[in-house]
Write a protein that binds this ligand. Structure first.
Ligand SMILES: [Mg+2]
Length: 289
């Protein structure tokens, strides 16, 4: 006997109180398929269309990414980004970038104030990397972090790692390893866990979907909120891929098959909460079972 699909049960809290629910979504590998050129990554249109339907019907929709918010703004459609301030029936799409160091809310960029003392150090590290190793790609991330890539010169990975460590030590920055590179950023203690904890606290239901190691912190944050009585229902969605860490999938309440699977889930959520608006009483057309 096959077990029943758990999805209707998992989505019920979102349908019951959409106005007190949050959808928190990773970008790369979740909303957008992984592609060889990171600049070419784009979210799947089906998922974006579902998010557009959900804005204003659900308390919060946020993209939580390691990317700079400027990148997210450049690739997400205007219909999603448009400021809707002053309209109580809609909610803006919140973009959280650089693992929480910056965000855009209703078109306005906010940077974690703890970053400010480190801007000079980040610029100095970036300049030094360019001067010492012009064969590496030095990518400034919205003037608050810098990535050092060796995708074009993979045989120099050891040198790149050593340079990253040295620059981090010299300038007091954190060195975060990434695929074929290292990110140097201010030593501000943010990650997807701190972001998810902040955005999901006090809500009835919160979903976080991700595909990679860094997303486990988001799952853990949801667990901790529920344990602390600060969130009623958590839904941890693991986005499967050939490279998805087994620990992430094991920790997930529900798995989807790649970005197409997440897009289909978002369509399902939009259909589930479709009978509500932010203004109508949620219980009226959603009788308790
Ligand atoms: Mg990802």
């Amino acid at each position: 006997m096959t077990s029943p699909d758990p999805l209707p049960r998992l989505l019920r809290p979102f349908a019951r109180h959409p106005e007190r629910s949050a959808l928190l979504l990773d970008f790369d590998g979740a909303l957008a398929p992984i592609v060889a050129d990171p600049d070419a990554a784009r979210a799947l249109p089906e998922g974006l269309a579902a998010l557009e339907r959900l804005l204003g019907r659900i308390g919060l929709v946020a993209v939580v990414s390691g990317r700079p918010v400027a990148f997210l703004q450049s690739v997400l459609p205007e219909a999603l980004l448009a400021a809707r301030a002053g309209d109580p029936a809609t909610s803006p799409l919140v973009l959280v970038g650089q693992h929480g160091l910056e965000r855009v809310v209703i078109g306005r960029r906010e940077v974690d104030p703890r970053v400010a003392p480190w801007r000079g150090a980040v610029a100095a590290a970036a300049g030094e990397a360019e001067a010492i190793r012009p064969e590496f790609v030095v990518e400034r991330k919205g003037d608050i972090a810098v990535n050092l890539h060796w995708r074009r010169t993979p045989e120099r990975a050891a040198e790149g790692e050593a340079l990253g460590r040295r620059l981090a030590a010299t300038h007091g920055l954190s060195a975060v390893p990434m695929r074929m590179g290292v990110e140097l950023r201010p030593p501000v203690p943010v990650d997807k866990g701190t972001v998810v904890a902040e955005l999901a606290a006090g809500r009835h239901a919160a979903l976080f979907a991700g595909d990679d190691h860094g997303d486990l912190a988001g799952f853990t944050a949801l667990d901790e909120l529920v344990a602390a009585g600060r969130l009623d229902h958590a839904l941890r969605v693991g986005v499967r891929s050939g490279e998805a860490p087994p620990a992430l999938l094991e920790a997930a309440d529900y798995q989807v098959d790649g970005p197409p699977g997440l897009a289909a889930l978002l369509v399902g959520i939009a259909d589930t909460v479709g009978g509500f608006s932010g203004l109508s009483p949620p219980g009226r057309s959603d009788p308790e079972p």
